[in-house]
Design a protein around this ligand. Structure first.
Ligand SMILES: *[C@@H]1O[C@H](CO)[C@@H](O)[C@H](O)[C@H]1NC(C)=O
Ligand SMILES: *[C@@H]1O[C@H](CO)[C@@H](O)[C@H](O)[C@H]1NC(C)=O
Ligand SMILES: *[C@@H]1O[C@H](CO)[C@@H](O)[C@H](O)[C@H]1NC(C)=O
Length: 315
């Protein structure tokens, strides 16, 4: 209380002394900026009036207390891997599906089948139901059961969503170790055309870039070699306990000096982010897209609606 009084007195003194006047001014400025940043200023990614859905990354809640949920991730194992299943071709496509997004898997598969690419598909099933369903609808898929059990259509930012994306480096690493080159694809993507001719064959990793200049781990082609395996291990170990930072960690890892992986960014007109494709590109630019990534929007139904609106939903 006394301290408060002293401070208040100093404040009143403002008009009498130049130095305390300057301090008062600085304090007022800091308070104003603080209030502006925390109360008034809301970043707005929605810069396209034409499109009614909001482009935003949700504010993530505290991630301080996830120690117990991160534990299973460090011991992830596939229960149905067989040598034979994994040694049929040099390249394999890797996707991860759970029951809540099974329709997105079907949509992705519809486009994939149309391309007549004979690259085998490895599907990591994140729950029991989708494990059975996937084996039923996809004869050409090798379906592996992860040791998670998350069947809801979870959204970006939710704990279980983060658990799933945190297993990505291990899923990739397991396949790289079996000598497979991998095309990893999120399922909120459709492949309009065969992406393979656009890969730089000298790069260890061909990858998307999002509209803010970061590498986007939603789609990447990865050569199996010591550098990429090291990168995946490093990505995995840096993620441990920091579920939120999946993509940021990847960016840090591949750009760091201890991992000498070389990566190439895929042309952003041909491989656009959802923000560019749906929000910024002209019809002519859209017609050039090789894959379409339905990101920069949150939620199963919003993504589906947007695919529908652009005639990219075939389920
Ligand atoms: C997964 O969860 C379902 C219900 O959500 C349950 O019936 C099933 O036994 C669980 N499977 C495993 C392997 O824990
Ligand atoms: C990877 O590293 C191991 C040992 O460090 C080496 O024996 C092997 O030849 C390397 N493989 C490739 C593909 O470079
Ligand atoms: C990306 O592809 C488009 C369309 O083919 C082309 O016009 C553009 O020059 C390419 N950009 C780069 C950086 O290569």
């Amino acid at each position: 209380m006394r301290r408060y009084k002293t401070w208040f007195k100093t404040f009143l003194d403002c008009k009498f002394s130049l130095s305390s006047g300057v301090i008062c001014l600085v304090i007022s400025l800091v308070v104003s900026v603080f209030v502006y940043v925390n109360v008034t200023y809301k970043p707005d990614f929605k810069n396209n009036a034409e499109y009614k859905l909001t482009y935003r990354r949700p504010t993530l809640t505290s991630v301080e207390h996830f120690d117990e949920v991160t534990k299973p991730i460090t011991t992830i194992k596939f229960t149905e891997v067989t040598e034979e299943a994994l040694n049929t071709d040099d390249w394999t496509i890797l996707v991860t599906v759970n029951d809540g997004y099974f329709d997105f898997f079907q949509n992705w598969l519809w486009y994939y089948m149309k391309l007549n690419i004979n690259t085998p598909i490895t599907v990591v099933a994140e729950d029991d139901i989708v494990f059975t369903k996937t084996k039923q609808v996809c004869e050409i898929c090798t379906v592996l059961r992860s040791n998670l059990n998350i069947s809801d259509a979870v959204n970006y930012g939710q704990v279980s969503f983060r658990m799933m994306v945190s297993t990505r480096p291990m899923n990739i690493l397991n396949l790289l170790k079996s000598g497979k080159n991998i095309i990893y694809s999120d399922l909120d993507i459709v492949w309009i055309n065969d992406p393979r001719p656009y890969f730089d064959t000298l790069a260890d990793i061909n990858i998307l870039r999002d509209s803010q200049g970061n590498l986007c781990t939603g789609f990447m082609a990865i050569i199996s070699n010591n550098r990429t395996m090291k990168a995946m291990e490093e990505w995995h170990s840096r993620l441990d306990g920091k579920l939120l930072r999946n993509q940021r960690m990847f960016n840090i890892v591949v750009k760091s000096d201890d991992v000498s992986v070389n990566y190439k960014i895929l042309n952003t007109t041909l491989f656009p982010s959802g923000r560019d494709y749906f929000g910024k590109h002209t019809q002519e630019q859209r017609s050039k897209a090789i894959i379409v990534h339905n990101n920069w929007i949150v939620g199963h139904d919003n993504k589906k609606e947007r695919f529908r609106e652009f005639d990219l939903w075939k389920v």
